[in-house]
Structure formats: C-alpha cells, structure tokens
Design a protein around this ligand. Structure first.
Ligand code: NAP
Length: 246
C-alpha cells in the first residue's frame, strides 16, 4: 500500500493531463496514467514523474470500454493498494456542424468524453467508499456551458459532465467523496498552437484577461480541488477561462 496519495489520471500521457500528473507528483502523489496509445507516447511524462520521486505506472486502456476500465481500475488497486484521487481528463473532439455530423461522430465523442467519466467513476467509487475518502475531478469545458457552433457532440459531452458531477457529489458526499468539475477556456496546447495569428487575435477579444491559458492553470485548479483546502467543496464547476464565459 502506497503511503503517498494515489491519483488515477486519464489521458495523462500528454497535454493538460500530463501537467496535472506532474503537478500532483510534486505534491508527493503516486500516479497511475490511463491512456489510449502505446506507453512510448507517455515516455517523457513517465520519466518526469519518476524524477519527482513518486511511483508512476502506465495502463493502456480505452476509457469508453466499460469492461476494460473495470479491469484496469482493479489492476491499479492491486498495484498501488488504493485510489484516492480520480481525474477524468481524457477527451477528444470531432468538430462538424450538425448538418454534416455523422452518427459515428456523435457516438465516439460522447462515449469517450462522457461515458468514459461514468465508467471510471463507477469502478473507482466502490474502492473510495471502503476508505471513506475520495476526490474526483472531471475536466469539462466552457463550451459545455455556453455551446459552440460546430461542436454539438463535444459541448453535449462536456455539459453532461456537469450533470454527472453534481449527481456524484450528491450520491457519494456522505462517504467523504467530493466530485467537482473544471471547465477550461482556450488553453495553450498543440491544438491551439496550430491556429493562425489572426484566429488567435480573434480569440483574445473574447477573453477579458486577453491571453490563452496555460496547462498549468488547469493543473493548479485540480491541485486545489483535491487538496485538504477544498475539503468542503463539492459539486462545483470551476471555470478557468480568463473570464471568457461570465
Ligand atoms: P490532448 O492533448 O488531445 O490529450 C488528450 C488525452 O486523452 C491524450 O493523452 C489521449 O491519449 C487521451 N485519450 C483520448 N482518447 C482516449 C481514450 N479513448 N481512452 C483513454 N485516453 C484517451 O487534449 P488536451 O488539450 O490536453 O485536453 C485534455 C482535456 O481537457 C480534454 O478532456 C479536453 O476536452 C479538455 N479541454 C481542453 C481544452 C484546450 O484548450 N486544450 C479546453 C477545454 C477543455 P493518446 O495520446 O493516447 O491519444
């Protein structure tokens, strides 16, 4: 059994999830990464976690697969002895106007972004209940709160996370399990790096703080929500968006 707290973070091989993993590792949290690609895609992240002096392991799993997520959660508990923190971060986009959106685009995004959160919560909470302790944070998006043309599937999945989070907060609160969501705005990642300067300037106009967020801004919010300082906070959606959606 690990003496450190143990965090299961989905989609932590790269992007926002990798920064969350590094940030929690700096707080002496052991990390189980659950990701879709081959382990080599997360090599840099795993090396950084080990350098931080924590135990870090990689588990290859598609979060949309109910049976596979059960097996991976059971394996993580076998390896680490417990799961204190669950961060549902894995997510994809498949943007199209509804006019052009295929059934498969809808199903894929909903099953990874929303059912993936349900799967992990369903399998992790029995272990958390036994310990009477748990911290669950799911990564939503401001798009789930405000809507966005061309992202019906993505926005619906991210709005779904809000309803799921509030329900989990109500169902598990008595067991000292909190559930919160973080809703990022535009964050500097490979996705936003690819935008033209003109597109970026148009974005800045929508953001009162006048800049894109960093992955660290999201990780800081997660770090707070899983800390003892947030012990009395559950069922909230914390926007980290530079004021983009007020
Ligand atoms: P990213 O760089 O594309 O990373 C997504 C991660 O999810 C990758 O590690 C990916 O694994 C993993 N993943 C994808 N499908 C999976 C599956 N079926 N099973 C397990 N893992 C899977 O994305 P990001 O920008 O860091 O975004 C992270 C989260 O923040 C997402 O939920 C996203 O919707 C949300 N968000 C991002 C922004 C933004 O501006 N970037 C804004 C609002 C919300 P592989 O590497 O193996 O494919």
């Amino acid at each position: 059994m690990s003496e450190n707290r143990v965090a299961l973070i989905t989609g932590a091989g790269r992007g926002i999830g990798a920064t969350i993993a590094r940030t929690l590792a700096a707080e002496k949290t052991d990390i189980a990464i659950v990701d879709y690609s081959d382990e080599s895609a997360a090599a840099e992240t795993l090396a950084a976690l080990k350098e931080a002096g924590v135990t870090a392991r990689y588990y290859r799993c598609d979060v949309s697969d109910f049976a596979a997520t059960k097996a991976v959660v059971d394996q993580i508990v076998k390896d680490f002895g417990k799961i204190d923190i669950l961060v549902n971060n894995a997510g994809i986009t498949a943007d199209k106007l509804i006019m052009r959106m295929e059934e498969a685009d809808w199903d894929r995004v909903l099953s990874i972004n929303l059912k993936g959160c349900f799967n992990m919560i369903k399998h992790v909470t029995p272990y958390m209940m036994r310990k009477r302790y748990g911290r669950i944070v799911s990564i939503s998006s401001v798009v789930g709160l405000m809507g966005n043309a061309g992202q019906a599937n993505y926005a619906a999945s991210k709005a779904g996370i809000v309803g799921l989070t509030k329900t989990v907060a109500k169902e598990f609160g008595a067991r000292n399990i909190t559930a919160n969501a973080v809703a990022p705005g535009f964050i500097k990642t490979a996705m936003t790096d690819a935008l033209t300067e003109e597109q970026k300037q148009a974005m800045y106009k929508l953001i009162p703080l006048g800049a894109l967020g960093e992955t660290q801004d999201i990780a800081n919010a997660v770090k707070f929500l899983v800390s003892d300082d947030a012990r009395y906070i559950t069922g909230v959606v914390l926007k980290v968006d530079g004021g983009m959606y007020i």
